[in-house]
Design a binder for this molecule. Structure first.
Ligand code: SF4
Ligand code: SF4
Length: 313
């Protein structure tokens, strides 16, 4: 079997497992991306995300991360949902966190694909990654042609939009490599104009992570600075704004992953319910959810911040 046939079979299997995009690139040192990452870190745009600065060598060279690596298989798993929180005034949660923690769900699929590759192609070594710090997953996805990195710094596919999780298998198997695709952002500036905290640079393609609502509500351990009081767009966990306004997301279609469906109790929580959130309610609502990452205290801090901000003159 030649590399093209092998690659086609892997893509077929990925689709069968529920991944809606799959592309392959050569595992090699990422020269340009290494410069960009260094630049971003030097400007301290990672805020308190100190892990971003760790393992620099591994992050820019998959052959250090997985010795003998030949290929990076990039995959995307849809999380788009049209379900909405019923109370329009309730503090908002990014739709990616509606259901069960995607790390576990996507990793299970990824391991199934990896096991199938080993069973089909023999003695293969590699590692799987889902939203894992040592892998520049957006850059790999771009290299493997499953999308371009938009001005909002997210990966966008011209047929699917951007509401998907990325995952990778780095493997010591020779495969056929896909070509990157064109950037179709053109003259659009919708994400830049809509970002409430001006986290996206005026020319796009560069994000000040320390200003992004996702960072402020999930990663930041300190209190949220009052400079963001009127800029949180009522988000208590994550933020979807630069995806909602992106014209390419008109092609998004709802996922069919049962584990990502939101609980009815979550969607029906009113603003008052959130303001009075207790630990037992938090535990019930977010059992097995990525929201658990902030813990009760973190989410409560975010809700309190929104509550105080809404009362400010
Ligand atoms: S997620 Fe929200 S805060 Fe972050 S860059 Fe996008 S619009 Fe701005
Ligand atoms: S909103 Fe416009 S500029 Fe921003 S990522 Fe989408 S297409 Fe690109």
């Amino acid at each position: 079997m030649n590399v093209s046939q092998r690659s086609a079979l892997i893509k077929e299997k990925a689709t069968e497992l529920g991944f809606f995009l799959c592309g392959i690139s050569k595992a090699e040192f990422m020269e340009e991306e290494a410069k960009n990452l260094e630049n971003w870190l030097n400007q301290n745009h990672h805020g308190e995300m100190s892990y971003m600065a760790n393992h620099f060598d591994k992050r820019v060279d998959p052959t250090i991360l997985v010795p003998g690596a030949k290929s990076v298989i990039s995959l995307a798993y849809n999380y788009y949902s049209e379900e909405e929180q019923e109370d329009v005034e309730a503090p908002k949660i990014s739709i990616y966190a509606y259901g069960k923690d995607y790390h576990k769900i996507v990793k299970k699929k990824l391991l199934s694909l990896f096991e199938w590759i080993k069973a089909t192609f023999g003695d293969v070594d590699g590692r799987v990654f889902v939203d894992s710090a040592p892998v520049l997953e957006r850059d790999w996805a771009k290299r493997s042609g499953i999308g371009w990195i938009g001005k909002n710094t997210l990966l966008i596919n011209p047929k699917k939009g951007s509401y998907f999780f990325l995952a990778e298998i780095i493997i010591d198997l020779d495969l056929h490599y896909d070509d990157p695709i064109t950037d179709y952002c053109g003259t659009c500036t919708r994400c830049i104009d809509a970002c409430p905290t001006e986290a996206i640079s005026p020319n796009g393609y560069f994000m000040d992570g320390s200003k992004c609502i996702s960072y402020l509500t999930i990663e930041l351990k300190d209190s949220i600075s009052t400079e963001f009081s009127d800029k949180m767009a009522n988000y208590m966990f994550g933020c979807d704004i630069c995806q909602q306004v992106c014209p390419w997301n008109r092609f998004s279609t709802p996922h069919n992953e049962e584990a990502f469906l939101p609980k009815a109790e979550l969607l029906s929580m009113t603003k008052a319910d959130w303001y009075e959130l207790t630990i037992p309610v938090f535990d019930t609502l977010f059992e097995s959810s990525a929201v658990k990452r902030t813990k009760y205290q973190g989410l409560k801090r975010n809700i309190e911040f929104l509550k105080i901000s809404s009362k400010a003159p």
